[in-house]
Design a protein around this ligand. Structure first.
Ligand code: OGA
Ligand code: MN
Length: 274
């Protein structure tokens, strides 16, 4: 396994690993440790069946189930994200967020496998939320330390890729999470930022909450804390939703884009990332 760090101390490219063949325990632990340390891991040149993708993810934690179960269009818990499916899951730009932060038990790791990639655009960008926390100016740090925020699946002004059914909506009322969280394995703090979902910070009036959120987002997305992934078919990317947020850049709707996606929760023995 060869590792190359791609951004300022985060996002690692891991070569020499074939994810369709389960690595032995030592290799697997090395891979997991590198992923957690660098928050985003890229495994190029993969060729995986749905079952192989699931087998890899399930070794990292219990497989994630999306609240919108209709999105699981592949084998069992694999989601097919394409701009050619009737469901049109993937349409152009997707703003900064962390996955499923609007649920009581958000997914820990998301695994995305690139199959068809537009020639231009459609990059996935990651912002390092541990570095964001570490470098917060005192003025902002004082405003987030010990604070909580409301995370909503349907924040006004942010349209979902696939709208919720009434039944799904009932299952996920807005939730409160701490705005600063401690990494379950590493003990490192990170800002739990998800601008697409945070509808209120602390007791702030809406306008002040939005202003603070914009300031935090601006700090988090400075170029030195962002890694932009330009996809090559066969790339598998895995990210840690407690430590990074991500977004997708716009791409030409005339081009095909197709990914397979799964994810995993924290193992029950480590179920409290707060
Ligand atoms: C996701 C996601 C970004 C992309 O799968 O959670 O945000 O680039 N994907 O498609
Ligand atoms: Mn996402």
């Amino acid at each position: 396994m060869q590792t190359t760090v791609m951004a300022s101390n985060f996002a690692v490219r891991i070569e020499g690993v074939d994810l369709s063949e389960p690595p032995d325990d030592a290799a697997f632990e090395a891979l997991r440790a590198a992923w957690m340390q660098y928050k985003v891991a890229v495994f190029p040149g993969q060729e995986l069946e749905d079952g192989e993708l699931l087998a890899f993810a399930s070794r990292l934690g219990p497989i994630f189930k999306h609240i919108q179960s209709t999105l699981h269009t592949g084998e069992k818990d694999v989601m097919y994200m394409s701009n050619r499916e009737q469901k049109a899951l993937v349409q152009g730009e997707l703003y900064w967020h962390t996955d499923q932060s609007y649920t009581p038990k958000p997914v820990f790791g998301t695994v995305l496998y690139g199959i068809e990639i537009p020639k231009e655009g459609g990059e996935t960008c990651f912002a390092d939320l541990a570095a964001t926390y570490d470098t917060l100016p005192d003025r902002l740090r004082g405003r987030v330390e010990g604070e909580r925020a409301v995370y909503a699946a349907e924040k006004p002004g942010h349209k979902r890729r696939v709208s919720l059914s009434d039944e799904e909506r009932k299952k996920i009322p807005p939730v409160v999470h701490p705005l600063v969280r401690t990494h379950p394995y590493l003990g490192r703090k990170a800002l739990y930022l998800s601008p697409t979902h945070i509808s209120k910070i602390g007791d702030l009036p809406e306008a002040d909450s939005e202003e603070l959120l914009a300031e935090l987002t601006d700090h988090a997305t400075q170029p030195e804390r962002v890694y932009v992934h330009e996809w090559t078919p066969g790339d598998v990317i895995m990210w840690d939703n407690t430590s990074v947020m991500h977004k997708r850049n716009h791409f030409d709707p005339g081009e095909r884009r197709f990914h397979k996606r799964t994810g995993f929760y924290l193992p029950d023995t480590l179920s409290t990332p707060f």
